[in-house]
Design a protein around this ligand. Structure first.
Ligand SMILES: [Zn+2]
Length: 47
């Protein structure tokens, strides 16, 4: 079973940058927190 990939995530609402992981379903999730400090759960990968 493959582990998730490390990515850099950018919040789609406030552009905060987080170290994150990409889950196998494609969800980007910041490491150590479920949501951004602005409350958004939507992130895009920075590649
Ligand atoms: Zn945010």
């Amino acid at each position: 079973m493959r582990d998730h990939d490390r990515v850099v995530a950018v919040c789609e609402r406030c552009d905060s940058v987080y170290a994150a992981k990409e889950l196998m379903n494609g969800t980007i999730r910041p490491i150590g927190t479920a949501v951004c400090s602005c409350g958004s759960e939507n992130f895009r990968p920075l590649r």
